[in-house]
Design a protein around this ligand. Structure first.
Ligand code: GLC
Ligand code: GLC
Length: 822
């Protein structure tokens, strides 16, 4: 069942029913001001930090699910409706929501009146613009009333939803002309305020929520002010400040009226907070209002925004006979990569904006997905991340986006973390050729006194693995590796204790069989071992390119040692083992009762050529046999049914959800990459389409947005098999883009140039990829006359044959490339 369709020409997903299975959202803003907006105009806005500078209020996990947003209410002679259907939920004669690149258009029509609202955050602007177009499509003159509505958040979103004894007394607003200012706490320590304005005189307003609602028994669906058609001109005094403009409008038959609303955020330097007369300095707000005081100005800014997105998305485009593939690659996957880069894991409809900061491993992996779009920001991000590394090569697991400082509460010792930084830096250098980044001085522990060149950070990352090995010569897992929920040192018996942030219990444990005390030096991760043999060679290559062959040889010897350790202790016979637990017992082995096979180590080990063709073939067959489902590959099998104290959080989820045998879309991509690497192009693409949103047919079952990946789809053991959760902010975006754009379609940035190495379904005849790379544009035509999966028999650039499959002559301009498979 479908609730909309893709409009590829406009780069939009068009939702045709407001009653989607879950709120389907979009993101506005890519720089400092961000908004989340659902298909019924729910959501909220914030400045830079979804926790500390929340501008409008939103209530998570509410009933109904999506409560709070920027709402326009129309009272047309007693019939009250919203262009986005919700919250009043009056049946509309027409409804459509278009989610585009950084903008959303919601249009409703009722009784001959249509209202179309375009929401967007212009470039270089700290506010959301809402252009409202009202059209009388009937044959008679119409008079009606329009109310706008937002509810202010008292800045710190965590405090806002918990500290009511104070907050009900602090709300403060000011009304000046058509502008409602939110200035709670401005007179004391804050240097910022927000405003909501419209570019025409108004006929009334409200700023006190209870007055607007009419009583404490009303909700967003039946505000008394709107239903009575009379604003109260209320001025909030403590309690909950809101902003609602009131306008009486009359339109002749066929007449259109356009209004431009702006929801803005302003910061004043401390010394400039007040005017001489003690009033709030609003000059910056006035400047912002002037930028959007006409519809033409709003239209021009929207056009500019669209151009910005067209440019970002033009760095990699495919043209193929498969329109789903084209839209996935050209539009939605890259769009999601950019949103994920901007928001990390902070604010979505599943991430409340008050939880996590920036994850070290998450942000490094995000870089893989967007580095080609904005390499300058990737560079900056890598340096920020590296500064949170510790002197021993470990790192803070998370850092705060506002301060860029490591977060003590989330701690350290997630032993996969350091390796991801080698991978992201390598990706940046392959994209740009900028080896200069390796010489940048970067703090350790955010302490400038400890700064060293970035290359030294990578070295310490590499040796953090080498220096932290267990008895099988495999890497110690620490608190967890990529799988946050495989907590082999936690041994939590206390409800409410954090699985990931508690490593200390191990000291109290003894092995029940031997009575020996347990310690953190026992549990090992085959996944980190595989990551080390897959990512380590990038460090070796960087050393060589920086002229340090001795270090490169030394590092290579460590990689070879690790490969041998995986062969000796990490192979289970039909697949790679997952780990050794704190008792030294195998995890992810046919010897286990549950969790016999895990997905995570398999792809990295295959891509490190461990055990050659034999191991690869056996592993790929086991993956399909035990992990394969029509909705993607489950993480482990069989699912855990009991709590296993020595495994931790993974065994707490009901089977089929999250890390306990859910379909984690992030690590599905590693298997696509491995299959492509092994020349199994049909398998790689099959796995790709099982989870790629553009290929999902049953939107009702899948539930989350059909245009973006979700972190997780319920696995085969779950009652709700096939249902997705946690859409938008996930490493899935970046890794699936790597899988399709590089491993499958085979257009791969490499140190010495652009490598062409497709691994595709045999049935394909070919396709064309246009790739902007280091200042040049390559139109790459891949032809597959012999219908094979992998292998290039000839490569020409502008008609001239190239040896091998790497284009090394990267001079500006446009180049025609023909790659013939065979
Ligand atoms: C979440 C986390 C990520 C972790 C994954 C698996 O996506 O953000 O860091 O690797 O879950 O547990
Ligand atoms: C939970 C989630 C996991 C996520 C982690 C982040 O354990 O299950 O997916 O990575 O929290 O802290």
């Amino acid at each position: 069942m479908k609730f909309g369709f893709f409009d590829d020409a406009n780069k939009e997903y068009v939702i045709t029913s407001p009653k989607t299975p879950y709120p389907w959202i979009n993101y506005l803003g890519t720089q400092d001001f961000f908004s989340l907006i659902s298909n019924t105009a729910g959501g909220y806005s914030f400045y830079k930090d979804a926790r500390l500078a929340r501008i409008t209020r939103y209530r998570y996990n509410n009933v109904p699910a999506d409560a709070g947003g920027r709402y326009f209410y129309i009272n047309d002679n007693g019939t009250v409706w919203n262009p986005g259907w919700s919250p009043v939920k009056t049946e509309l004669d027409e409804y459509v929501c278009r989610h585009g690149m950084g903008y959303t258009v919601i249009k409703g029509k009722k009784n001959g009146l249509s209202a179309e609202v375009t929401f967007f955050v212009p470039q270089n602007f700290t506010g959301e613009v809402q252009k409202v177009v009202l059209k009388n499509e009937s044959n008679e003159k119409k008079s009606f009333k329009l109310f706008s509505f937002v509810e202010w958040c008292l800045w710190d979103a965590q405090d806002d939803c918990s500290n009511f004894q104070r907050n009900f007394n602090t709300g403060e607003v000011e009304i000046e002309g058509s502008t409602i200012y939110h200035k709670t706490e401005y007179k004391e320590r804050r240097n910022h305020f927000a405003f909501y304005t419209v570019n025409e005189p108004i006929d009334g307003f409200d700023t006190d929520r209870e007055t607007f609602m009419g009583s404490i028994y009303n909700d967003f669906a039946d505000p008394e002010t709107v239903f009575s058609g009379e604003p109260k001109n209320s001025v909030a005094d403590g309690w909950s400040p809101v902003a609602s403009h009131f306008k009486k409008i009359t339109l002749e038959a066929g007449e259109t009226k356009t209004l431009v609303y702006v929801l803005g955020y302003v910061e004043n330097p401390y010394e400039e907070k007040f005017n001489a007369d003690g009033s709030m300095n609003k000059s910056r707000a006035y400047e912002m209002m002037k930028k959007f005081d006409t519809a033409e100005k709003a239209d021009a800014a929207l056009a500019e925004l669209k151009e910005t997105w067209d440019a970002l998305l033009s760095k990699y485009t495919i043209s193929s006979p498969d329109e789903k593939l084209n839209r996935q690659v050209n539009i939605w996957n890259q769009y999601q990569c950019m949103v994920t880069f901007n928001l990390s894991r902070s604010a979505s409809y599943f991430e409340s904006g008050i939880g996590r900061g920036m994850g070290f491993r998450d942000s490094n992996q995000d870089i893989l997905g967007f580095v080609h779009q904005i390499p300058e920001r990737a560079r900056e991000r890598i340096l920020d991340i590296a500064a949170t590394q510790l002197e021993d090569g470990g790192n803070y697991h998370q850092y705060q986006p506002l301060t860029k400082k490591g977060n003590d509460a989330a701690g350290t010792n997630f032993n996969d973390d350091p390796l991801w930084m080698i991978l992201s830096t390598a990706a940046y250098i392959k994209e740009t050729g900028d080896y200069g980044i390796l010489n940048e001085m970067v703090d350790y522990k955010n302490d400038p006194a400890l700064a060293q060149p970035l290359l030294d950070h990578l070295k310490r990352s590499f040796y953090h693995v080498v220096n932290n090995k267990g008895s099988h010569g495999l890497p110690l897992i620490g608190r967890a590796d990529w799988n946050d929920c495989l907590n082999l040192n936690c041994f939590s018996r206390v409800p409410g204790e954090s699985f990931q942030n508690t490593a200390s219990n191990i000291a109290k444990e003894v092995d029940p069989e031997t009575g020996a005390p347990l310690n953190e030096q026992t549990a090992e991760s085959v996944m980190i071992a595989g990551m080390f043999t897959y990512i380590g060679p990038e460090y070796v290559e960087l050393c060589r390119r920086m002229g340090d062959n001795a270090e490169a040889d030394k590092a290579q010897a460590e990689i070879d040692k690790m490969k041998q350790a995986i062969i000796d202790y990490g192979w289970d016979g039909e697949w790679f083992l997952r780990a050794y637990d704190a008792y030294g017992k195998k995890v992810g082995s046919h010897e286990n009762e549950e969790g016999k096979i895990f997905i995570e180590p398999q792809g990295f080990c295959i891509m490190s050529d461990i055990g050659g063709k034999e191991f690869t073939e056996k592993t790929m067959a086991s993956i399909e046999k035990y992990l394969g489902t029509e909705h993607g590959l489950v993480l482990n099998n069989p699912a855990f049914t009991k709590y296993i104290v020595e495994y931790g959080e993974i065994s707490t989820y009901p089977g089929g959800y999250k890390e306990n045998a859910g379909i984690f879309c992030h690590n599905n991509a590693w298997i696509m990459c491995a299959a492509a690497y092994a020349g199994m192009g049909d398998v790689a693409f099959d796995y790709y389409t099982r989870i790629a949103p553009a290929y999902q047919e049953d939107e009702k079952l899948h539930r989350t947005e059909p245009y973006v990946y979700a972190q997780m789809i319920a696995g085969k053991d779950a009652k709700r098999f096939g249902e997705a959760k946690n859409s938008w902010l996930t490493g899935t975006a970046a890794w699936n883009f790597v899988a399709i754009s590089q491993y499958i379609l085979g257009v791969i940035p490499d140190y010495s140039g652009l490598k062409i190495d497709p691994s595709i379904p045999k049935a394909w005849d070919g396709y064309t990829v246009t790739r902007q790379f280091r200042g040049a544009t390559f139109n790459i035509k891949v032809e597959n006359p012999d219908h094979i999966s992998k292998g290039i028999k000839s490569l020409t650039v502008d008609g001239k044959a190239v040896d091998g499959n790497i284009i090394t002559d990267i001079t500006g301009g446009v180049h025609e490339v023909v790659a013939v498979m065979g």
